[in-house]
Unconditional design. Structure first.
Length: 627
């Protein structure tokens, strides 16, 4: 009778230890605000754990418990990593992002700021686990179970787990459709219904088929592109033959431009420069998980970020026809400048693919002053200026692309460089961010003055823009800063996440504020028009902001994927990806409108994302550019 009793005890132990393990998932949900579906770890994830751990019982008692502890710690590590990722990106880690794991060290201060004592609760189940293992060790009886008996228990319990997991998947597929699994990054159905670990399982399965996309619709896209290229000719060739100086400023959010704190301008130099420039004040930044490098990619290529991971890491060997390449074909010298390590997000490879002749990085600068992530903006500009002077003397027009650093989260400006007096009512993050942008503006002002003094300004189109909104600055901070008396809706918050785009023409020509709706995707075609480039065989998704058509800004990350804005409407998609579950707003009144007003645009948005993904996944630009 002893062996049957042991068989039942073995099976019960497998289930019991995994029930204990799911405590972590309940804590994970609570930490990250997953207030609905708190029981799904028990109904969906528990069978998955049982399928894996059931086989531990086939080993000796010591090895079995050792494997349980290792598995528990592994689950803990995954949940901590997912929690940290969620605090920044509001989703759990997709597998393609693992290609960027090497970048974590570069932003360790930002990651450190996200660590919370609450994460320690993910270890709390180790206490009863340790007690149980100690008790079992003291009261252990000699087992009479053979290896075959233990293996049979493992197989039986695992089989039950497989049936339970399969049943859960079938129920979700029946209610949500297969797209909930194939378009894993376009909705959160799998995450909500099956849990974080089943999400990772589905993601791992999809990795092997993700790049095997449906055949790229070359003819359809070429037909669409022929219509899309058709636009007006205002300012066509206005700066042909001039230099192009582009400055991408870290975390420069438009809500803080032309604003003051107790009479102190946050960005006084940029404000004055805007008065002399063409200022686009309705520009969104639909970045993906690559953040800064996604802003670079959209600006240089007018293509969408990937649904997961960064193009710079995953597709840097593709054949691109980027802005630097196009201007090189016009006789330009092209140079990129960034005061951080060249391998970060594999810029060293991507800049070659995009057509830059040279890349000056932290390996080439004298690191005489470091602020936050790397070389201070002040030193960066000072050391870059001689290189621009040299380019200017070469007799050839040039494209220079500068990426700044000092505005990077967590906004650590030394006290001796802080010149703003911050109200006590502001949070530390908000105050630090304002100090960082004020410092960045001071450094920018000195650089712009040097361009004037060297006579480069009047030979150049100078383009300044923010790469993305301010990470870490909460909606409550914006509410305080803007003096709002109501909580911000998801639509209102999206409208506040815009970035400035400033284009300064030689001689201060064409100055004024332009309210046309657009995004960083539109910088590329706008510059093609201004530099008089023939667009007849070029491919892009953006619009010429000087000669606009009704372009869409399509989001796939910091808003629910599939959200988009047009000149007149804004659609906020639902987390489950179902169109009818989303909400549409009139951008003039801010009021919600019928979904029928954006239905056609929604179909177009989904099509554009699919085509862009196909081009990137299949390195499709060469075939598109064949006559």
């Amino acid at each position: 009778m002893k062996q049957p009793k042991q068989l039942w005890f073995e099976a019960a132990e497998i289930i019991g230890l995994n029930v204990l393990l799911t405590i972590k998932l309940l804590i994970f949900n609570a930490i990250n605000g997953f207030t609905s579906g708190m029981l799904f770890p028990l109904t969906a994830t528990l069978p998955l754990f049982i399928v894996i751990t059931a086989w531990f019982s086939a080993f000796s008692r010591k090895m079995k418990y050792t494997l349980y502890v290792i598995f528990n710690l592994l689950i803990t590590f995954v949940l901590v990593a997912d929690s940290l990722f969620y605090s920044f990106f509001h989703t759990i880690i997709p597998l393609p992002i693992l290609s960027q794991i090497g970048q974590v060290g570069g932003v360790k201060s930002s990651v450190g700021s996200a660590l919370s004592p609450a994460l320690g609760l993910l270890l709390i189940d180790l206490i009863p686990l340790a007690v149980y293992l100690i008790v079992r060790k003291k009261k252990a009886e000699q087992s009479t179970m053979t290896f075959k008996s233990r293996l049979a228990v493992s197989f039986a319990v695992a089989f039950i787990g497989v049936i339970a997991v399969t049943g859960q998947f079938a129920v979700v597929r029946a209610s949500a459709g297969s797209e909930a699994f194939s378009n894993l990054y376009e909705n959160n159905t799998v995450l909500k219904k099956l849990g974080v670990f089943n999400y990772h399982v589905v993601d791992a399965y999809n990795v092997k088929i993700r790049n095997a996309s449906a055949e790229m619709p070359v003819s359809d896209f070429k037909t669409w592109m022929e219509v899309h290229r058709q636009s007006g000719t205002e300012l066509n060739g206005a700066v042909q033959g001039k230099n192009l100086i582009m400055i991408q400023m870290e975390a420069l959010q438009q809500a803080f431009v032309n604003r003051s704190v107790d009479g102190q301008e946050i960005t006084p130099n940029l404000n004055r420069f805007i008065e002399r420039s063409r200022y686009f004040d309705n520009i969104s930044s639909p970045i993906g998980q690559g953040n800064t490098v996604d802003a670079e990619f959209m600006t240089m290529n007018s293509m969408y970020p990937l649904p997961a991971g960064a193009v710079y890491n995953l597709k840097n060997q593709n054949h691109f026809h980027s802005l630097p390449t196009i201007l090189k074909e016009q006789g330009y010298t092209t140079a990129a400048f960034h005061g951080y390590v060249p391998t970060y997000y594999q810029r060293d490879k991507m800049y070659v693919s995009e057509g830059f002749d040279s890349f000056t990085s932290a390996s080439d600068y004298t690191l005489d002053e470091s602020i936050g992530l790397g070389l201070s903006d002040e030193s960066f500009y000072k050391q870059t200026m001689p290189k621009l002077i040299e380019l200017n003397k070469s007799g050839k027009p040039f494209l220079s692309f500068l990426v700044t650093l000092s505005g990077h989260h967590p906004y650590q400006i030394p006290e001796n460089k802080q010149s703003m007096k911050i109200p006590a009512s502001y949070s530390k993050t908000l105050g630090d961010y304002i100090q960082a942008q004020h410092y960045a503006d001071q450094a920018l002002g000195e650089f712009l003055q040097q361009l004037e003094n060297e006579g480069i300004m009047d030979k150049s189109l100078v383009v300044i823009y923010g790469d993305h909104f301010a990470p870490g600055v909460q909606l409550s901070d914006l509410k305080t800063f803007l003096g709002l008396d109501h909580d911000l809706s998801i639509y209102e918050s999206a409208e506040l996440m815009k970035v400035p785009l400033v284009m300064h023409f030689p001689g201060d020509e064409n100055a004024g504020t332009d309210h046309v709706h657009g995004s960083q995707m539109d910088t590329f075609p706008t510059l093609l028009n201004l530099f008089g480039v023939d667009k007849s065989n070029l491919f892009y998704f953006g619009q010429d902001l000087i000669n606009p058509n009704d372009h869409m800004t399509i989001y796939r990350y910091y808003l629910p994927s599939g959200s988009f804005g047009t000149q007149d409407y804004f659609y906020v998609a639902s987390d489950d990806g179902v169109f009818d579950h989303g909400h549409a707003f009139d951008r003039k009144s801010g009021k919600e409108v019928a979904l029928s007003k954006v239905a056609a645009s929604h179909k177009q948005a989904r099509w554009q994302l699919q085509v862009s993904d196909s081009i990137l996944n299949q390195d499709g630009l060469p075939s598109l550019m064949k006559k």
